[in-house]
Each structure stands twice: as C-alpha cells, then as structure tokens.
Design a protein around this ligand. Structure first.
Ligand SMILES: [Zn+2]
Length: 425
C-alpha cells in the first residue's frame, strides 16, 4: 500500500511541476492572437542573408497613427527596427542592405508572433501579417555559442477558429549533434588539384597559390574553432573541385547551411603596379562592417592593396558586371556553343560571391548549360553571406614571406574579425 501512495504522490508532484512550469514559463502566442485586429497586412518579401532576415510588406489601405513591427508573446514585446511608408497604402521594410534586418542570432528563445503595432492617440492595436510569399516556412540555426545553437522556425499558419493568418517565430535551444551538416562558416581555399592558381619563385623555390591558400585556410579554421565555431572547408587537401552541383565549390557553403562563406586567394600582378596587400571582395548592397574588420585586421599584417579599380574603401572592393562585361560574356558563350546567361548589370563578378549569395547577389547559373551544371541555390533566398579575400600578393616578396612565415597571423586576423562582428566573448 505504502508503495502505491508513494507512486501516486510522485505522479501528482510531477503533474503539479508541469502545471507550474506551463503557467509561468511557457510563453504563448494564442492569447496575443485573440487580441489582434482583423488582419490587413501582407508579407511580400522574405530573405535570409548570413545571419540577418530581411522582410517587407504592405497593408491594403492606409493606417492612421504610428506603426512599428514587433515580435510579441504573452510576456515580451520586442521592437523590430523597421521603416513604414504611407503612399497609397501603408508599407513596411527593414533595410535596403542585404546583411541588415533582424539579427537572427540575437533573438531569445520563445514563441513570438510577428505583428504590426499601431498607435493612435495612445491607443495601441496589433495586426497580424499574412505571408503571401512563396516561403511559408524557413529554418535557421543560429551561430554556435558555448556549444549551443538555437533553431528558429519561421512559420506561417492560420487559426481556423479566429480565421486569422499569422506569422510565428518559434525559437528553441538545440544541441546540434556533431554529425549534423550545419556549420557556421565555410572557408574555401582557392584553386587546387588541376588548378594551381598563380605561382612565384622565391630563393629558387616555386610556390603556388593552391598550396598557400590551403595552408592559410587551415590556420583560419583552427582559429575559428578556438572561438567555438563550426567550420567547413571546401577542400582539405590538394583536390581540384568542380564549381556547381553536389560537392561543387559554390554549392558547399549553402549545402551545409553556413551563415558565412569566405574564399581565400592570393593575388598576382605583373609586378609593375606595386599593389601588394589585402583586397576584400564583397557582395552587393551590404553594410561593410564585417568587410572593414577583414580589411583592417589583414591590412595590419600586409597593408591595404594600392589597386584603385573597384575600390569601395581601404582594402574593400566590389567587382561587378557592367554592360560591356555582359556583352563579352555573351559573345564568349555563343562562340563556345553555350546559351548566354541572364546577367544583371551590377551582379558581382566573382562566382564565389555571386553564386553563393543566390537571388540576392543575382546568381545566374541556372542549369541551362549542361556542361557547366546548375548552382542549386541560384534563386535561393536563404544563403550564406559571401566574401572573397585576396589576402596578399604572391609576387611581392614582402607579402609572400608573411604568408610563409606568419601564416597564423592571417588565421587570427580573420577569426578576430568574426569574433568582433558576431560579438563572441
Ligand atoms: Zn586565386
């Protein structure tokens, strides 16, 4: 008998604990949903670039008063930095820069509704947003910190009883098992195998770019892993990679859901320009905070390149297709019997930036030329934020000696940039 009472007591105790936990700790969105006005907002665009989500949408009319975007549940109301416009109808957007918007790594766990908060004469009302984009669900794993990740489920649903469409952020802590192919950063050692890249002979020994980019990339990986980040290399030895498709160099960063992709290269010129130093190549339409950290930290080892073409700032470059580039690319394709691609003016020139960045960087390798293959992510809206760093010039002896003798400094420079950008303590 005693044993039975003991068991009943244990069961009741567990039920009580669960009830208390639910009452005090489970943040719900259902009661918030009941309090919202009849929906009139529509989500028209959603993208994830690196660790930021960008969204925009409109109402079907003009709303009076002040509007803002919030993530809301029973306990919390988080302001989303947003801009509202009122021409013809009320619309909202977050940023015209690809790597700005909601910093997904900074959201706390919990369930939240994405709502428009409207204030007229100090009277607050909330509106749900109907997701009219093609992307009803998205999944994001946050950057690894203290061996933990949060998984963010972006969901679009309808409450049949209330007849309300809504967008929910469901954020849970997860311990990513090591065998899951989700990484924080992809490091791509340029060239390899059939493609040695540029070469230079110093003191009778010939060095090639493929070997040196691997040497540097291994240092970068080691330093990033010291910060607790999960790092994927596109190659770990002197293998030649194809560009597109499964295992293709441009597909790997997105195959492993990495948030950042950094291609490591060494530059080379005719030796008469006296360029030397670092060149950080970036995607289009971004905030340059991370690029600046790369340029400054690597620049403190080898200096900024003196090359002026395509330069945005010290050590920061954006190389893009202009009309003439597009015309010559078309001619070249036709000569080879290929179908010319639809290239947008302003698309990043380097494929490890343009194709990795998907729709947001105007990727175009859509499979129309079978021998080239298809970039699975050419029209993807959730992609890694891509950079290509020409860390120094192989044919400047000062630069080459630094790469040979101070390889670890390049690893620290890149790792410290990520550390500062991602606020890793
Ligand atoms: Zn190269």
């Amino acid at each position: 008998m005693k044993k039975v009472f003991g068991l009943i007591f244990v069961v009741l105790f567990i039920i009580a604990i669960v009830a208390i936990y639910k009452l005090f700790f489970v943040k719900d969105v259902k009661t918030v949903l009941e309090l919202t006005e009849e929906e009139k907002f529509y989500l028209e665009d959603v993208r994830i670039f690196g660790n930021h989500m960008n969204i925009s949408g409109c109402a079907d009319n003009i709303l009076d008063g002040d509007s803002s975007l919030v993530l809301k549940n029973d306990d919390d109301e988080i302001q989303v930095d947003s801009k509202f416009t009122n021409s013809g109808k009320t619309c909202f957007y977050l940023s015209d820069k690809n790597n700005e918007g909601i910093n997904l790594d900074e959201l706390k766990t919990g369930k939240y509704l994405l709502l428009v908060k409207n204030t007229v004469d100090e009277e607050e009302s909330f509106y749900t947003i109907e997701n009219t984009t093609d992307y009803k669900t998205l999944e994001y794993y946050t950057i690894t910190k203290d061996n933990k990740n949060n998984k963010i489920d972006f969901k679009s649903d309808i409450d049949e009883k209330l007849n309300k469409n809504y967008i929910e952020f469901d954020i849970k802590e997860t311990k990513l098992p090591n065998d899951v192919d989700v990484y924080d950063i992809t490091i791509d050692p340029g060239h390899g195998g059939y493609d040695p890249g540029s070469t230079y002979t110093l003191d009778g020994k010939t060095y090639n770019e493929a070997d040196l980019t691997l040497k540097v990339s291994l240092e970068v990986k080691k330093e990033l892993e010291k910060l607790g980040l999960k790092v994927k290399l596109t190659r770990e030895d002197d293998t030649g990679l194809y560009y597109y498709g499964d295992g293709g160099r441009a597909d790997i960063p997105n195959d492993v859901k990495s948030k950042f992709s950094i291609s490591i290269h060494l530059n080379s010129d005719y030796g008469t320009m006296s360029y030397g130093g670092v060149e950080v190549y970036t995607p289009n339409d971004i905030d340059y905070d991370l690029a600046k950290l790369f340029a400054n930290n690597i620049g403190s080892i080898v200096g900024y390149s003196k090359k002026a073409t395509d330069r945005i700032d010290n050590g920061i470059y954006f190389q893009y297709f202009n009309e003439r580039d597009i015309e010559s690319s078309k001619e070249e394709a036709l000569e080879k019997g290929n179908k010319p691609y639809d290239i947008k003016v302003g698309a990043p020139y380097m494929y490890m930036i343009r194709e990795v960045g998907g729709a947001q960087t105007y990727a175009y390798v859509d499979g129309r030329n079978e021998d080239v293959g298809i970039n699975k992510y050419y029209n993807a809206i959730q992609v890694a934020e891509p950079y290509l760093i020409e860390i120094a010039y192989i044919n400047y002896e000062n630069d080459l000696k630094k790469i040979l003798n101070n390889t670890d400094e390049f690893g620290s420079a890149i790792a410290n940039s990520m550390k500062e950008y991602l606020k890793i303590s």
